[in-house]
Design a protein around this ligand. Sequence first.
Ligand SMILES: [Zn+2]
Length: 77
Amino acid sequence: MTCLICAGPAEELACPERWEERKCAECGHYRMSHALVLALMDQGQIFDVGKARAWLVNQRRESQIPYLEHVSGLLRT
Ligand SMILES: [Zn+2]
């Protein structure tokens, strides 16, 4: 599978319904809501990889597996 953030190779893990879980060597371990994945595809938007990784690092202070649901400010403009 590919990473939903950087499109590099990533491991897909089993996770609760409505979520996508990935473990990427570069971005790390995260969950992204299915609705968000579809919305990004629909709108043809992609992540600003640097910003998204920084956000994930920051989130990991709170929880080991950050949940990505709202991404304003993390997308390439
Ligand atoms: Zn990645």
